[in-house]
Every structure is written in structure tokens, then in C-alpha cells.
Design a protein around this ligand. Structure first.
Ligand code: DX5
Ligand code: ZN
Length: 217
């Protein structure tokens, strides 16, 4: 099984982002949390900052848009070269239209679900997406505890993806540590976002290796 570790720079040192991007070069993608203070009660990066960071990052970007009206912003991020752009199911009435737009620009299209959002209505849309993000905390802040209650949804999703034969990546985000990554991997995740566990570690590269090993054990 291919395992991807995507550190979230929400937990990096914002005064030293270029340095911190260099510390996670053994990861797979850089997870960038875009928040608008409307969809979630927090505010982070916008297009000019993401553009500039992408120029100095050794790894491509996996953008997680926690914003209202993703139709307004998501295509621009794709045009700027984001590897993947994930928007929230709760923030749009036309997820398929937006996913098609992102794919037409050349980005991988992702859809994210908050802990309380059911997966069932989206299962028939799986061919439209390259990844599904099952939030394992309420979106908005790093450093929260993993919610095991979200694993049922992940299992349902994982079974549907297997049955479909599609190569849809299953991502989890929130409270991922050496312990919780084992639970999420067992439930079918293959792409793991980790913020505080990577950047609070004395050696982020070593922590990435530990997470990778724990997910594949
Ligand atoms: C939360 C963000 C996460 C966050 C994860 O809304 O989507 O990506 O950075 O941080 P940790 O790993 O600290 O829970
Ligand atoms: Zn995220």
C-alpha cells in the first residue's frame, strides 16, 4: 500500500516558513490550510502567500480550502500550480462542477467532509474526485484530539472505493500521531495530514519516518 504523509504548515513557525518547508522534504506533499474566518472561525493564508511559498517549497502543495464560496477561489489556486485542491462538501451546492473545473485546469480534485457530514450522498460521485478528506477533528485549528467516531465513515468510504476499483486517495486530517495513524490506516486511510505531531517534534524528518512506519506496520 502506498502511504503518503502530508505535514500541515499550520503548525510551522510562520516567521520561518521557508526553513520549515526545508525540514519536511522527506514528506510527500505539503498540506496548506486555507481558512477564511467564515467557513471556520480562523484565518490563515491567501493566494499571494501560497504563491510565494510554493516557489521556495521542495514539495508540491496539497491545499485544504476551509472557505465559503470555494468556486470563487479554488480555480485560481489550481491555475497557480497546486498539486491538489480540496474544498468542503458543506461549502458548495455543486461539488461535481467544481471538481471538473479543477481537473480541467490540471489539479487533483478533493472533497472534504466535516466530522458530522455523512459520506453516503457522495459515494456515487467518487469517480469525480481524486481524493476524499475525512476530517478527524472539527476544522479550524491545529492541535485538537483525533475523533475515533469518524472511523465508521472512513470504513464505509474505503469499502466503496475498493468496490469501485478507482484510485481515490483517502485522506485523514486532525490529531494524527504515531498512535492515531494506526487506527486511521486500519480503517482504510492512505494519506495522512499531520501538523503538530510533525512540527512540534525535535526532528520533523524523523517524525515523518515514524508516522510512515506506524501507518504501514
Ligand atoms: C484543521 C486543519 C488541519 C490541522 C491539523 O482544521 O485542517 O490540517 O493543521 O493539525 P494537527 O495535526 O495538529 O491536528
Ligand atoms: Zn487541513
Amino acid at each position: 500500500m502506498v502511504t503518503r504523509i502530508n505535514p500541515s504548515i499550520l503548525a510551522a513557525d510562520f516567521a520561518n516558513l521557508e526553513r520549515d518547508l526545508g525540514r519536511i522534504r522527506t514528506a510527500d506533499l505539503v498540506h496548506v490550510d486555507i481558512m477564511d474566518n467564515h467557513f471556520v472561525p480562523n484565518l490563515t493564508f491567501g493566494p499571494p502567500v501560497v504563491d510565494r511559498l510554493a516557489q521556495v517549497s521542495p514539495l508540491p502543495f496539497d491545499l485544504h480550502l476551509m472557505i465559503e464560496n470555494p468556486e470563487r477561489w479554488a480555480p485560481g489556486y489550481a491555475e497557480a500550480g497546486a498539486y491538489s485542491v480540496t474544498f468542503h462538501a458543506e461549502a458548495t451546492t455543486n461539488p461535481v462542477g467544481l471538481a471538473r473545473k479543477l481537473r480541467s485546469i490540471g489539479a487533483r480534485a478533493g472533497i472534504a467532509l466535516k466530522p458530522g457530514t455523512a459520506i453516503e450522498p457522495y459515494l456515487e460521485l467518487l469517480p469525480e474526485f481524486d481524493q476524499v478528506l475525512v476530517m478527524t477533528v472539527e476544522p479550524g485549528f491545529g492541535g485538537q484530539s483525533f475523533m475515533p467516531s469518524t472511523m465508521r465513515k472512513l470504513r464505509t468510504l474505503s469499502a466503496a472505493v475498493k468496490k469501485s476499483g478507482l484510485d481515490v486517495w483517502l485522506q485523514v486530517d486532525g490529531g494524527i500521531t504515531e498512535d492515531t495513524i494506526v487506527i486511521a490506516a486500519e480503517a482504510g486511510a492512505n494519506t495522512f495530514v499531520a501538523g503538530s505531531s510533525v512540527f512540534n517534534a525535535a526532528d520533523p524528518a524523523k517524525q515523518i519516518a515514524l508516522l510512515r512506519a506506524a501507518a504501514t506496520e
